[in-house]
Write a protein that binds this ligand. Structure first.
Ligand code: NIG
Ligand code: FE
Length: 387
């Protein structure tokens, strides 16, 4: 993660949406005399960020939760009082697919303006068969209008909705027997995610849900160890691509994870926005040999940001990741967390032409400038987005 393979005075050749050559400017100039040229002198050129964890299908910001937290209430207290994830359900249920798709597309474009070219997008605020499928359709609709790459995830297991509060197992049954099969049949999702947490789903319920996912040919990932500790052993049979949050992961599980392909996706914008003093244990994970990715967690409750550079800043300042580690975590390791490492996450011949150009002369500046956008141009599968 510390070796970014930087090429000084580098050049990238792009043809038909693919990277076809990488080298120094002199080398590539000889190879490709007729190519259009973009002058990137005094700029940093990076593989586009891979934002491997986002929740973009919601209708409105959660400003009441925001003010309650400022006044001293915790995330769990607000959720128990009817705020939190459940406060976003109505807006999604009452919106049309087109309205939701419009919100999602706007988020994708905002992300791209910060240098993001691949996004994982979850449903999870509809929490009924109809509204979860509608949320996935909204992601699909936005993805068709966006030149970047989108990976869709069914997060019907975000929290049990109010109508199943007394009988969450019935909601789990609907998820396993209706939502997952239908999402798989209509090819609306590639992954199934669960929020395994106090106040959300138990380990036993999570396992049932992920088992149904695998049975229907979908891949798995999990929100786990965010607020409380859960042993990861119960998940390994599903070969999750990623465990996400991981604030409270145990030392034994870190040792186990270092031997697995599963990525640990850290989401420090959530800690920042919730005003927590503690952050995910990035150093311990990296120093133990776990593959760590960084993502925004873009959502209305804990992380209302589309900015990967902001996440890099928090990761360096509060988690003591080096700027190089943060960039690797936000590009190649993010691609690994989506099983896209052969296509995404690095600038190499044969890969998709996902390239971001930053106003900076040193890569460390990407994590250094806080709250400003230094991204000047971005190419998604070879197509330039302008804003
Ligand atoms: O990743 N942890 C669960 N889901 C989101 C929060 C969702 C919300 O509060 O709306 C997260 O932090
Ligand atoms: Fe999340």
């Amino acid at each position: 993660m510390r070796d970014l393979g930087i090429i000084e005075d580098g050049a990238v050749l792009i043809e038909s949406g693919k990277i076809t050559a990488v080298g120094t400017t002199d080398e590539l100039r000889r190879q490709s005399k007729n190519a259009d040229q973009i002058d990137c002198s005094s700029k940093v050129v990076l593989p586009g960020f891979v934002d491997s964890h986002t929740h973009p299908v919601f209708a409105a910001p959660r400003l009441i939760d925001f003010e309650k937290r400022i006044a001293g209430a915790s995330y769990e207290e607000i959720a128990a009082a009817g705020g939190g994830i459940r406060a976003s359900i109505r807006g999604v249920r009452e919106s049309t697919t087109e309205q939701l798709g419009g919100h999602v597309l706007r988020a994708f474009n905002e992300m791209a303006a910060f240098g993001t070219t691949t996004v994982e997008a979850k449903s999870g605020y509809g929490l009924s068969l109809e509204s979860e499928l509608k949320s996935l359709e909204a992601i699909q609709q936005a993805a068709r209008q966006w030149p970047g790459t989108v990976v869709a995830t069914l997060l019907g297991a975000h929290v049990p909705p109010p109508e199943y509060r007394e009988n969450p197992d019935e909601y789990v049954r609907i998820l396993c027997e209706e939502m997952i099969p239908e999402a798989a049949r209509r090819e609306l999702a590639e992954y199934v995610d669960v929020f395994c947490e106090r106040g959300a789903f138990t380990l036993e319920q999570s396992a049932r849900i992920l088992r149904a996912a695998v049975a229907h040919g979908l891949k798995t990932r999990a929100h786990v160890n965010q607020l409380t500790q859960t042993s990861l052993e119960g998940f390994t049979e599903f070969h999750p691509a990623s465990f996400d949050h991981m604030d409270n992961v145990s030392d034994d599980d870190i040792a186990m994870l270092s031997k697995l392909e599963t990525v640990a996706t850290l989401l420090p914008a959530a800690n920042y926005f919730l005003g927590l003093g503690a952050f995910p244990p990035a150093r311990k994970l990296i120093d133990s040999g776990v593959a760590v990715a960084l993502a925004t967690d873009y959502n209305p409750g804990t992380a209302p940001t589309t900015s990967m550079p902001f996440v890099l800043s928090v990761a360096c300042t509060h988690m003591k990741m080096s700027p190089a580690e943060a960039i690797a975590a936000a590009t190649f390791n993010g691609a690994c967390a989506l099983g896209l490492q052969h296509r995404k996450g690095s600038i190499e011949p044969g890969k998709d032409a996902d390239v971001a150009i930053f106003e900076a002369t040193d890569y460390r500046e990407l994590a250094y400038w806080v709250g400003v956008n230094r991204c000047r141009r971005v190419f998604l599968n070879g197509i330039e987005l302008s804003w």
